[in-house]
Design a protein around this ligand. Structure first.
Ligand SMILES: [Zn+2]
Length: 470
C-alpha cells in the first residue's frame, strides 16, 4: 500500500470462558483514506483444573494480554506506539484502576499488569464485540473464515470518537470480594506506675521496715527527739510509725476523706492523717484499731502485698478467715471480692486446690482372682529392720497370699541368701508348697533365684515323678 500511515496503534483484547482464557493483539493502521486492522499475535490457555472464579480467569487473560503486548512492542521496536487494552470484565478493570490492596492472587497479577501497562489504557468492551471471545470458545473453520477474525472487529475501523465510551459500573460485591483481609491488632502497653515506697520490694513487712528506717533518718536530720530509736534494729514503735506512713501513702489513692468512693462509709481523718471509719463499738477504747479501722483501696499493689502476707502468716487461711483477720485493723473496700481475687495468685493454695488426676482402676490380674489354695500364689518382701536391745538387727520376711491376703511373718537375722532360704523352708513347712512367688529385686531374693537356677531340675522332676509328686 503506497498510502502514508497517519497513525498506528496496538489493541489488545482479553477474554475468558470457563474452559479457556485468551488474548489477541491487533495492529490498527490509520491511513488518510481508510483504516486497516490486522492480527499480530494471539495466545490462549486452558483454564486451571481447579475451580477459579470468572473474574479471576478474566484477570489471567488480562495478564497474558499485557505480557503479549509487551513482547510485541519489543519485537516491533516501536516504543512510542499507542497501546490500548480491552476487557469485557468491568471487575478486572476496576481492580487494575483502583489503588486498593487486593488479596494475594489479584494483587500479584494487578501489580504485574500495572508495571508494563498504564492503568488509563484499560477500557471496557461488551462481550459480544470482543474479538478475544473466539479463541476461548469452540469455533468451526467455516465460522472462522466467515468472520474474517484476523481482520479485527468492524467497530475498530471506525474513527476513535465513535468507539464505545463510558465505563460500565462494576459489581462492587465482586470487586470487594478480593480486597485484602486485614487483621487489625492493637497492642496496649500499660506501664504500671510504681511509687517509690514500694518499688523496691513485694514484701509488705520489708516496706514497713524500710519506711521506719527512713523516718528515723528524717527525724535525726530534723533533730526531732520524740520517737527516735537507736541501735541496729528498729523498735516496734518505729515500725508502727512506719506502717502508719505506708497507710497514709496508700490512702493518697483517695482524694481526701470526702472522696466519692468512700463517702458512703462516713469516714473521718484522725490526728495522724489516716482516713478511718467510725464503727458502732467506737466507745470501747481497749480495742485499738478494731473500732476505727483504716480504709484501704481495693486495687493497690501494697494492699495486695498486705493481703498475701496476712494469708501466708495465717497458714493460707481462706477468704472468710482472712477477711476477719484483716478487719481487726483495716477496712478494705469490696473486701471479700478483693481478697478472693488476690488469693487466686497464691501458688501454694492453687497447688493444693488442684484437682487430682483420676484414672479407672485396671482389672486385677488372673493370679489375684483365680481359685487357689492359701499361699499357692505368694508375694515376698523384707520389712525394715528391727533393733534389738543388744543393738543387733533383725529383719521380718513377709509372705502374703495373693488371693486371700493371708499374711505369714518370719524373722531372720541376716539379709543373706542362706538366711532367706531358712525362712522360706520354715514357711513352706507350715503352709505347704507354692506354685508362684512374686518378689522385688532384693539381693537375697535374686540370690535365691540364682541358687534355684543352679539346681538340676531334670533330676528333681524325675525323682518327684517316681515319688508321685506333682
Ligand atoms: Zn495460700
Amino acid at each position: 500500500m503506497s498510502e502514508r500511515v497517519v497513525s498506528c496503534s496496538l489493541h489488545t483484547f482479553c477474554d475468558a470462558s470457563k474452559t479457556a482464557y485468551a488474548a489477541a493483539v491487533f495492529a490498527r493502521f490509520e491511513y488518510s483514506t481508510c483504516v486497516q486492522v490486522q492480527l499480530i499475535q494471539a495466545k490462549s490457555r486452558v483454564a486451571p483444573a481447579k475451580t477459579v472464579t470468572m473474574p479471576r480467569l478474566e484477570l489471567l487473560a488480562a495478564t497474558i494480554g499485557a505480557r503479549l503486548a509487551t513482547s510485541v512492542v519489543k519485537e516491533l521496536e516501536q516504543r512510542d506506539i499507542t497501546l490500548s487494552f480491552w476487557s469485557d470484565s468491568s471487575t478486572v478493570i476496576a481492580w487494575i484502576k483502583r489503588d486498593d490492596h487486593w488479596g494475594v492472587f489479584v494483587w500479584n497479577r494487578v501489580q504485574e499488569i500495572r508495571e508494563v501497562t498504564s492503568k488509563e489504557s484499560w477500557r471496557h468492551v461488551p462481550g459480544v464485540m470482543n474479538p478475544a471471545d473466539l479463541p476461548t470458545t469452540e469455533c468451526t473453520v467455516q465460522q472462522l473464515l466467515q468472520t474474517r477474525w484476523w481482520e479485527g472487529p468492524a467497530w475498530l475501523k471506525l474513527p476513535a470518537e465513535d468507539w464505545l465510551s463510558g465505563e460500565p459500573q462494576p459489581d462492587e460485591k465482586m470487586v470487594e470480594q478480593e480486597r485484602r483481609k486485614c487483621i487489625v491488632s492493637s497492642l496496649l502497653c500499660k506501664e504500671e506506675q510504681t511509687d517509690w515506697y514500694y518499688a523496691f520490694s513485694r514484701n509488705y513487712d520489708k516496706i514497713v521496715r524500710v519506711l521506719a528506717w527512713v523516718l528515723r533518718f528524717v527525724n535525726r536530720c530534723r533533730k526531732v527527739r520524740a520517737n527516735q530509736g537507736s541501735g541496729k534494729v528498729v523498735q516496734w514503735e518505729e515500725i508502727m510509725l512506719g506502717e502508719k506512713c505506708v497507710i497514709r501513702y496508700v490512702q493518697e489513692f483517695f482524694s481526701g476523706h470526702q472522696d466519692e468512693r468512700i463517702s458512703h462509709l462516713c469516714p473521718y481523718m484522725d490526728s495522724e492523717g489516716i482516713i478511718r471509719i467510725r464503727t458502732k463499738i467506737i466507745e470501747r477504747r481497749d480495742l485499738g484499731d478494731f473500732g476505727i479501722p483504716a480504709i484501704l483501696p481495693s486495687s493497690h499493689p501494697v494492699v495486695e502485698m498486705l493481703v498475701l502476707q496476712a494469708h501466708e502468716k495465717a497458714y493460707h487461711v481462706g477468704v472468710q478467715g482472712l477477711l476477719s483477720l484483716l478487719r481487726e485493723r483495716f477496712w478494705i473496700l469490696k473486701g471479700r471480692k478483693t481478697i478472693r481475687g488476690i488469693l487466686t495468685k497464691c501458688v501454694v493454695c492453687r497447688r493444693h486446690g488442684a484437682k487430682h488426676i483420676s484414672t479407672m482402676p485396671p482389672a486385677l490380674p488372673e493370679q489375684r482372682v483365680r481359685d487357689a489354695a492359701v499361699f499357692e500364689i505368694t508375694g515376698i518382701d523384707m520389712a525394715v529392720p528391727l533393733f534389738l536391745k543388744d543393738c543387733r538387727k533383725l529383719w521380718v520376711c513377709l509372705y502374703t497370699c495373693a488371693v486371700y491376703r493371708a499374711v505369714h511373718l518370719e524373722l531372720t537375722s541376716s539379709l543373706s541368701t542362706e538366711s532367706f532360704l531358712q525362712t522360706f523352708r520354715r514357711f513352706v513347712a507350715r503352709s505347704g508348697r507354692l506354685a508362684i512367688i512374686y518378689s522385688d529385686n532384693g539381693t537375697n531374693f535374686m540370690g535365691t533365684d540364682c541358687a534355684f537356677r543352679q539346681l538340676d531340675w531334670e533330676k528333681i522332676i524325675k525323682t518327684s515323678a517316681t515319688a508321685r509328686i506333682d
